[in-house]
Design a protein around this ligand. Structure first.
Ligand SMILES: Nc1ncnc2c1ncn2[C@@H]1O[C@H](COP(=O)(O)OP(=O)(O)OP(=O)(O)O)[C@@H](O)[C@H]1O
Ligand SMILES: [Mg+2]
Length: 564
């Protein structure tokens, strides 16, 4: 609950207003039963017709005011709760944005999405249904107790004997429900994870003629969720069964003992009816409190799951410090890297590159080229060895500042489901149209955009799915150039672009401002031929290194790759 306090604090004024309305509402349940008793015991027997009329009007007014107050009270709390869910969702996304690349892969997007959507949805029941009802019910319970004791203390004593029974049942079931909802929610999130993958792979399975593949996968995981749901439901129903039975005993006691008291002239019929209304106020809330406890248990589980998201290891989230202002050199000293699998991916990588230079990297598939870029951008930290910028070791603190100067074009460029224009504009906040169009020209986006009816406003589809790979690569390149980075990393950035356009782009890259550091990973060696230095990476090691001519002379791996 401590977790929610800062969220509620923002709405203190509304909460106070809501609280006042709750108290008014609770107090308003009292006049009616007393008026009813008065009507039954005095007004009707004494045939006071006009008083009867006024009494009915009074009850009607009370009822109307009660409903209106209840509407406003409901509205105030509903607004606060929806806004809090909204705030929590934004904060969760902020937290997920900061989790390490490693953790992101581990959890998967579908799973994290379900955590943001479903778990916060469940919180809604904790706020909207429960919190206010708890306050209202506790107040009603206290006042109701006072009223029944006032009306007939002996009968009151007999009825409240059932309360401890209620409380015992409730605590017994709440523990069970908490455990079962934890299992159910987890299974549900796993379902979302699988579902996301199923939807993403629907075309693949069509092409392979395996239409049932995803259904079977999803069926298996959904079945798990289904059984845990049934298990949870069963426990909740059992809880209802027992508490329902206990509350069913109530009228028996009231009518039995109350009737006995009436027969002995110690209670009037009006008194019994008023008493009965109050026991409704007494056991109604108790019953709800017990059920709320059930809903609350699952909401508390959801709350704990939300808190977990905030505890996933994050990238260094210290505030941004402008440590690296300019980039003169980049140096790797014996960098070693393992993913969690413990297989060595980068083995003592060392090289230096200075402002204005270009390095080309080539080598076999799985050699560690993309991994090297993940380390240069600080997505992963080296297991051993050092990265130095301007001779200073790269630390947690300087990574954010380094990223300001780096732009990367990924091997599988990601595009937003937005216009081509906005996808390029993403590269630099506040970029002008002129800058954007200039970069689009440099990366040859212009060439294919001209042929599109909507031009730069053409939508790219989810993950840029409405474009060809080569088109996506050009957009990604334009986006990176727009950033005007000091270090440009190109990971197979032109692999899917036709040779003529590629040559144009490679020329553009070679004519970029001379104070840039450019590292180009390419399988097509013409792309890196003119680099100042070429590294051949094989199984995590630099096996050859030199200019194109030096490497060709060496007659080694590079030379053989060139001759294919
Ligand atoms: N997140 C990961 N967890 C564990 N292992 C990984 C992960 N990503 C990549 N690897 C492994 O690291 C090795 C290097 O992968 P990397 O993507 O760096 O190769 P690459 O040189 O870029 O290959 P390609 O030329 O095919 O793009 C591979 O053996 C791969 O299986
Ligand atoms: Mg790669």
């Amino acid at each position: 609950m401590k977790f929610l306090l800062p969220y509620y604090r923002k709405y203190t004024t509304s909460l106070i207003w809501g609280g006042i309305l709750v108290i008014i509402l609770t107090l308003m349940i009292f006049p009616s039963p007393f008026l009813t008793r008065h009507i039954l015991d005095e007004v009707i027997p004494e045939k006071k017709l006009s008083e009867l009329f006024f009494m009915i009007i009074a009850v009607l007014i009370i009822l109307s005011v009660q409903r209106i107050v209840s509407y406003y009270q409901g509205l105030i709390f509903y607004r606060i709760n929806s806004k809090i869910i909204f705030d929590i969702r934004i904060d969760m996304l902020r937290a997920i944005n900061n989790i390490t690349a490693e953790q992101h892969l581990l959890y998967g997007s579908g799973y994290l999405m379900s955590r943001i959507n479903d778990d916060t949805d469940r919180l809604h029941s904790l706020f909207a249904d429960s919190m206010i009802d708890i306050i209202k019910d506790v107040l009603t319970l206290i006042f109701g107790c006072m009223a029944i004791f006032y009306l007939h203390w002996k009968l009151a004593l007999t009825t409240i004997v059932l309360l401890p029974l209620f409380l015992f049942t409730s605590s017994h079931f709440s523990k069970k429900i908490k455990l079962k909802s934890t299992i159910f929610y987890e299974n549900n999130s796993q379902c979302s994870r699988t579902l996301e993958e199923c939807l993403n792979s629907s075309i693949l399975q069509k092409l392979f003629g395996r239409l049932n593949y995803n259904i079977i996968r999803y069926y298996k995981i959904s079945a798990k969720s289904y059984y845990s749901d049934i298990d949870l439901g069963k426990t909740a129903l059992k809880n209802g069964l027992i508490t329902g039975f206990i509350s069913g005993l109530l009228p028996l006691i009231v009518i039995g003992f109350g009737g006995y008291e009436i027969i002995n002239n110690r209670l009037t019929l009006g008194g019994l009816i008023a008493f009965n209304s109050f026991t409704g106020y007494l056991f109604g809330p108790t019953n709800r409190l017990v059920n709320i406890n059930v809903t609350m248990q699952s909401a508390i589980v959801a709350l704990n799951r939300i808190k977990e998201i905030f505890r996933i290891p994050k990238d260094n989230d210290s505030t941004y410090k402008n440590i690296i202002r300019n980039i003169e050199s980049l140096e790797l000293n014996d960098v070693v890297f393992f993913y969690e699998t413990n297989k060595i991916i980068l083995n003592k990588i060392s090289f230096q590159i200075y402002k204005g230079q270009k390095i080309g990297i080539c080598g076999g598939s799985g050699g560690g080229k993309s991994t090297l870029f993940k380390i240069l951008t600080g997505l992963y930290l080296p297991t051993d060895g050092k990265i130095k910028i301007n001779g200073m070791e790269l630390t947690d603190d300087s990574i954010l500042s380094l990223r300001k100067h780096i732009a990367i074009v990924d091997q599988e460029p990601f595009l937003f489901d937005d216009s081509i224009y906005n996808n390029i504009a993403f590269g630099k906040a506040g970029a002008t149209e002129e800058e954007i169009l200039k970069m689009a020209q440099k990366a040859r986006v212009d060439e294919f955009v001209k042929q599109l009816p909507d031009g730069y406003e053409t939508q790219t589809g989810i993950k840029g799915g409405l474009l060809s790979v080569g088109q996506k690569q050009r957009i990604a390149l334009a986006r990176a150039l727009l950033k005007q980075p000091k270090i440009l990393l190109l990971d197979e950035a032109t692999s899917a672009i036709d040779p003529i356009s590629e040559e144009f782009i490679v020329n553009t890259i070679h004519n970029l401002p001379s104070d840039m550091i450019i590292i180009i990973v390419a399988h097509r060696l013409t792309t890196i031929k003119n680099c100042d230095n070429i590294l051949v990476l094989n199984e995590g090691r630099i096996v050859e290194n030199g200019t194109h001519y030096e490497l060709m002379k060496l007659q080694g791996l590079y030379c053989s790759m060139n001759n294919i």
